[in-house]
Design a protein around this ligand. Structure first.
Ligand SMILES: NC(=O)c1ccc[n+]([C@@H]2O[C@H](COP(=O)([O-])OP(=O)(O)OC[C@H]3O[C@@H](n4cnc5c(N)ncnc54)[C@H](OP(=O)(O)O)[C@@H]3O)[C@@H](O)[C@H]2O)c1
Length: 282
């Protein structure tokens, strides 16, 4: 029985969709954020003094690592030990399909974080989603759409089984509150794989104007990420993931969303229709 869950990254793309799902199931949710507000619990990876109070009385944790940190293990390892000591029984970790790509081998930060989780005494479930739909409407691909009607990536003609953050939240909610998910590593994808040009076409239909995909060289993409404040080592991971997608490795479709959450994965066109307001010009 899961009564109390600490959701780390509760203001993020998956966390803020997970919080209401858990509350609707009657779970007492600690919505972890560095930015205090009503209904939130102070949690900062860089401030271990916030970890104990956030964990007190929690049965389970939804773990989103520190943002834009290539190797989160220095923070995650002690946190897992502390969770065990605090009586937490279960952890559901947001990893990435990227750990299955050649650029994120055993030496990579996210891979090492997964190993830490598996070595902990906690009951664990690892989620490895593909690229989020919401990157187009809530994250790094949005400014290009708003300012230049362009989606620039280094993925060439490679396809991605884009997944909706709401579907990831549904899988996480099941793994946190139901039995049968301990020791599972789930590759979480949408129902179809689209190239970025195809995604741009669907977004154009929803937005009511033409949005195009521009394929850029890896170096240009890396420079753009760093100009936007992404540290060089993390930018290298993102670029490596994009190259793997370009080489055809991002197109794998799984049935995890339906199998674990009991509802079909969201088609990209349904997401785009719902998100269309985000692409209105300011
Ligand atoms: N985006 C994708 O396509 C994608 C695909 C696969 C995997 N992932 C994985 O998903 C994870 C989340 O990435 P995202 O882009 O979706 O970000 P996000 O969850 O939308 O935003 C990051 C969240 O982390 C919190 N956070 C950041 N730094 C923190 C810190 N030092 N201490 C505590 N909380 C902190 C932020 O909350 P506050 O600012 O409120 O503190 C925010 O809620 C990453 O680990 C990434 O590897 C992403």
């Amino acid at each position: 029985m899961t009564d109390t869950v600490l959701v780390i990254g509760a203001t993020g793309k998956t966390g803020r969709r997970l919080v209401p799902r858990l509350r609707a199931l009657g779970v007492d949710v600690r919505a972890g954020s560095r930015r205090p507000a009503e209904g939130r619990t102070l949690f900062d990876w860089d401030r271990p003094d916030t970890h104990g109070p956030a964990l007190a009385g929690a049965d389970a944790v939804y773990l989103v690592g520190p943002e834009l940190v290539e190797d989160p293990t220095a923070a995650v390892g002690p946190f897992l030990e502390r969770s065990e000591r605090a009586g937490v029984g279960r952890v559901v970790v947001l990893s990435s399909m990227g750990v299955e790509f050649p650029n994120e081998g055993p030496g990579s930060g996210r891979h090492k974080m997964e190993q830490q989780v598996k070595a902990s005494g906690l009951e664990w479930t690892i989620l490895r989603p593909g690229g989020f739909n919401q990157n187009f409407s809530e994250d790094f691909l949005l400014p290009g759409i708003l300012q230049a009607d362009t989606i620039a990536t280094a993925t060439g003609d490679g396809a991605v089984a884009f997944v909706d953050a709401d579907d990831i939240a549904a899988v996480a909610a099941a793994a946190l509150t139901e039995g049968g998910h301990a020791g599972a590593t789930y590759t979480v994808t949408g129902p179809e794989a689209l190239t970025f040009a195809e995604a741009a076409s669907v977004i154009s239909d929803a937005a009511g104007r033409t949005i195009t995909h521009r394929s850029v060289p890896s170096e240009e993409f890396a420079q753009a990420l760093q100009a936007g404040g992404v540290p060089a080592d993390y930018a290298a991971v993102v670029v490596g993931n994009q190259e793997a997608i370009r080489d055809g490795l991002g197109a794998r479709v799984t049935d995890v969303v339906e199998r674990v959450s009991g509802r079909p994965a969201t088609p990209f066109a349904d997401y785009a229709a719902r998100a269309a307001g985000a692409w209105s010009r300011p």
